[in-house]
Design a protein around this ligand. Structure first.
Ligand code: NIG
Ligand code: FE
Length: 422
């Protein structure tokens, strides 16, 4: 059992209330077997410890600091001579829940920095670039793909992400999509089949044939290997009719639906997401009042992806419209080699605040509790009793510094499931 103390400001999160961080000043967190047993004001620590430890008292504990040896041991506490409680004093830092990054394309090979450079020189983003990554990914070995994935996951972990959704979508054959899912499933339970990312080059003249392949062969083969089904519903990718068929097939196979919609153009895709019962609809860069009204009436979370507007020079959606309409919001990185290659949630929080008009509180909430909602997870994205012990210790006195000090490595330590991982 571990007691984390010396927390200047603890973000607990009220999962039901958008932007409500439930901040506790001078706080402590009690952890056992990878779960939060209790979190609250330091003044209540003794009684909380007694409630949970029975006879053992906090004054019989060992005080420690977090160091790199703990990471090597892969654990916060090594058993120290029968001591039941280890107290870790973080020394006046803010602690927030680990980020829940609910939208990622981390399994790929190749580099598209030249495409980014061309965009910064005035070229427009188009879905066509996906084919470049598909060719490189198909040519890569399993080992190469997994090593690239692990590297990106490590980077993101050091930036505070403790839950990842990861999509396929750069294979676009039965074999290559299944290979991607197999590797993804070794690293997260939030695996997504997006065989309908674009129509692959070999089906260029036969998009319908590819949709049939996805429905008749890829979805059946991926059943049990993907928790989620996703489609890129957009001009240059898949039409609303094709999207509907693919999502329905995925649902029939037991996958839960999510959608890429209205990234580049307006259209009916957001309303379609609401109608199909998508758990999340992502991008939503363009959204009419009718779209927002339909989404507000649904259970669908709208996941905005600030880094995509940043690196495609698309207009930033104004979050205030979405909030006023009563839509449920999350933010995520959408890390991918084309439209936005950042796996840093702190970066995304800073843009959400500066350019999309989230309040500081809403942005932090959207990247934690919001991401959990977008994945239908109740065990992550907050630090109430029963949550998985995913804690980010900031090198800052307040969560506010995440947006206030962009580009600064403020994530000091990361604990996932009670273990020190960064
Ligand atoms: O979410 N929009 C579709 N898929 C990715 C981009 C993929 C790429 O350009 O490689 C996205 O932005
Ligand atoms: Fe995406």
């Amino acid at each position: 059992m571990q007691l984390i103390t010396g927390i200047s400001e603890l973000v607990v999160n009220d999962r039901a209330d958008f932007g409500a961080l439930g901040v506790v000043e001078n706080a402590a967190v009690l952890i056992d077997e990878g779960r939060v047993l209790w979190s609250g004001p330091s003044a209540q620590t003794d009684s909380a410890v007694q409630d949970h430890l029975g006879d053992a008292r906090s004054d019989s504990s060992v005080t420690a600091t977090l160091d790199d040896d703990d990471i090597e041991n892969g654990t916060l506490t090594s058993a120290r001579g029968g001591v039941e409680l280890e107290t870790i004093d973080v020394g006046g830092k803010a602690v927030i829940p680990g980020f829940v990054d609910s939208h990622n394309h981390l399994i790929f090979a190749g580099d598209r920095s030249a495409e980014f450079a061309a965009r910064m020189a005035g070229q427009k983003y188009s879905a066509g670039g996906i084919a470049t990554t598909v060719a490189a990914t198909r040519a890569a070995s399993d080992e190469e793909l997994e090593a690239n994935l692990v590297h990106l996951l490590d980077q993101a972990t050091r930036q505070g992400t403790t839950t990842f959704e990861i999509k396929s979508g750069y294979g676009l054959t039965l074999k290559d999509e299944l290979r991607a899912l197999t590797i993804i499933n070794r690293h997260t339970e939030e695996s997504t089949l997006i065989a309908a990312h674009v129509v692959p080059p070999e089906y260029k003249e036969n998009a319908q044939g590819y949709v049939d392949l996805v429905i008749d062969e890829i979805i059946p083969a991926a059943t049990g290997h993907a928790k989620w089904i996703d489609v890129f519903c957009e001009k240059g990718a898949f039409t609303e009719d094709q999207t509907r068929r693919i999502i329905e097939a995925g649902k029939a196979a037991g996958m839960k639906p999510r959608l890429h919609a209205n990234q580049l153009t307006e259209g009916g895709a957001l309303r379609l997401a609401a109608e199909l019962g998508c758990v999340s609809v992502d991008h939503a860069t363009f959204a009419s009042d009718e779209d927002l009204a339909a989404l507000a009436k649904s259970e669908t979370v709208v996941t905005l992806l600030p880094s995509i507007e940043f690196s495609t020079r698309q207009p930033y959606p104004d979050a205030r419209r979405y909030v006023e309409a009563g839509v449920r919001l999350a933010i995520a990185t959408d890390c991918n080699p084309g439209s936005g290659f950042s796996n840093s949630v702190p970066f995304v929080i800073a843009i959400a605040v500066r350019d999309m008009h989230f309040t500081l509180e809403q942005a932090v909430w959207a990247a934690t509790a919001g991401g959990a909602n977008a994945l239908q997870r109740t065990d992550v994205g907050h630090l109430g009793a029963g949550a998985r012990a995913d804690l980010v210790i900031l090198d800052a006195p307040s969560y506010r510094h995440l947006a206030y000090r962009p580009g600064v490595q403020l994530v000091e330590r990361v604990i996932r499931g009670g273990e020190l991982v960064a």
